[in-house]
Design a protein around this ligand. Structure first.
Ligand SMILES: NC(=O)c1ccc[n+]([C@@H]2O[C@H](COP(=O)([O-])OP(=O)(O)OC[C@H]3O[C@@H](n4cnc5c(N)ncnc54)[C@H](O)[C@@H]3O)[C@@H](O)[C@H]2O)c1
Length: 369
């Protein structure tokens, strides 16, 4: 069978992670890479021995040999590149967040559907085996009715006034919710199998002016921290604390779901297990074991217990499912295990609702697909 040829645009942090993950996916080949920075381009092309490279993403998309484009550029570039790739008839796998607004996200999602291309969005956290196990236990009725979901996504990159990077610019209407809050949202909605329908959000900019290493001052207009109350579609309450000003927290995504039979809690920094809180007994750590996990979880378990599956494995799981849907043609069916541009729309609608809620100081409905 002919291998699918892939072009990767954007080779900073996440682009090479995609290349690593793709090397574990059968039937695909990274045939071209693109970055506007020539040093980065040369380093990545040489390291991964990629045959073709260019600095202009338009040139890469115009290459008729390529079947799939991975958009790993900064957020502000996503819309333009995604649109061009879809119009060129390429399948597209994009980094989050999908777009700059819910309206633009909806338009790009609809364009991908109309043109019949496979559209994936890299919300890889849902692809961790314990997240899938929590989802399966809810779906199969083991945990009982979910009563409450809560959690956090905390990082430490913006705690001090001298913390400044160009990544804090051009982040759209939001920064922290847009960058990491939507990862928590996607993970929670995947586990619960339902969307968030309303939010009440309070946003804070801890350092309205930041100073960079050269002493230049930068005025900040997007949030460092957000406290978000929410309601899911069935009326269930939820809450999220999301912050980039939480010292000691490296990549601290946590999700807890309190259910009638037992509670379930997952922490991204201990990614290969979750804890089940059992009434009158205590807390049990559940490792991912193909012999004891739910059938649906088994394909996501790639190593034996204690051989810790983590962040890179979740990304690989996402890519494996995305390409599996292309090989089987099932991507046209709409419902996919990986996040799609529809989920990208949901993320943008959530971000917009949070911003509006903060401005209005009240509960706001989240636009639905
Ligand atoms: N899913 C995840 O866990 C995860 C983690 C990190 C980043 N991301 C997302 O990935 C995207 C990229 O983030 P990053 O951390 O890799 O950023 P980065 O700044 O490290 O890398 C971006 C790269 O894109 C290149 N680039 C920028 N504009 C370009 C253009 N017009 N043409 C070609 N190349 C261009 C830059 O030179 C840079 O090398 C963002 O949307 C971010 O939110 C996702």
């Amino acid at each position: 069978m002919k291998k699918l040829k892939i072009g990767i645009i954007g080779l900073g942090f996440i682009g090479p992670q995609h290349i690593d993950g793709l090397r574990r996916v059968p039937g695909v080949e990274v045939a071209a890479v693109c970055d506007r920075d020539t040093d980065i381009l040369k380093t990545v092309q040489t390291h991964y021995d990629v045959p073709m490279s260019c600095t202009d993403w338009r040139e890469l998309i115009a290459d008729p040999a390529l079947d799939v484009i991975h958009n790993c550029t900064p957020h502000a570039m996503h819309d333009e590149i995604n649109r061009a790739a879809i119009l060129a008839g390429k399948h597209i796998y994009c980094e989050k967040p999908l777009s700059n607004s819910a309206a633009q996200a909806r338009a790009i999602w609809q364009l991908a559907v109309e043109k019949g291309v496979a559209h994936g969005l890299n919300h890889q956290y849902r692809m961790n085996a314990p997240v899938q196990e929590m989802k399966a236990r809810l779906q199969n009725g083991l945990a009982g009715r979910p009563l409450l979901a809560y959690g956090q996504y905390l990082q430490e990159s913006a705690s001090q006034a001298t913390d400044w990077s160009s990544r804090m610019e051009n982040t759209g209407i939001a920064r922290t919710i847009n960058d990491i809050g939507i990862h928590w949202l996607d993970t929670a909605c995947c586990v619960l199998g339902q969307p968030v329908v309303s939010v009440m959000a309070d946003l804070t900019i801890h350092h309205p002016v930041r100073t960079d290493a050269q002493g230049r001052q930068h005025t900040m207009d997007t949030e460092d921290t957000a406290l978000i109350l929410m309601r899911f579609a069935d009326g269930m309450p939820g809450s999220l604390v999301v912050s980039k000003a939480a010292n000691g927290h490296k990549n601290d995504l946590q999700l807890a779901v309190e259910c009638e039979n037992y509670s379930m809690e997952w922490s991204q920094e201990n990614p290969d297990r979750f804890t089940a809180g059992i009434k009158g007994v205590g807390t049990e750590t559940v490792y991912m074991n193909p012999c004891t996990c739910q059938m649906e979880t088994r394909p996501y378990i790639t190593t034996p217990m204690g051989h810790v599956m983590g962040w890179c494995d979740a990304l690989h799981n996402a890519l494996e499912r995305y390409y599996g849907s292309i090989f089987s043609n099932s991507y046209k069916t709409g419902k996919q295990p990986y996040a799609t541009f529809e989920d990208g729309f949901k993320g943008m609608a959530f971000v917009e609702a949070c911003i509006r809620s903060h401005q209005l100081r009240s509960w706001v409905e989240v636009e639905q697909p």
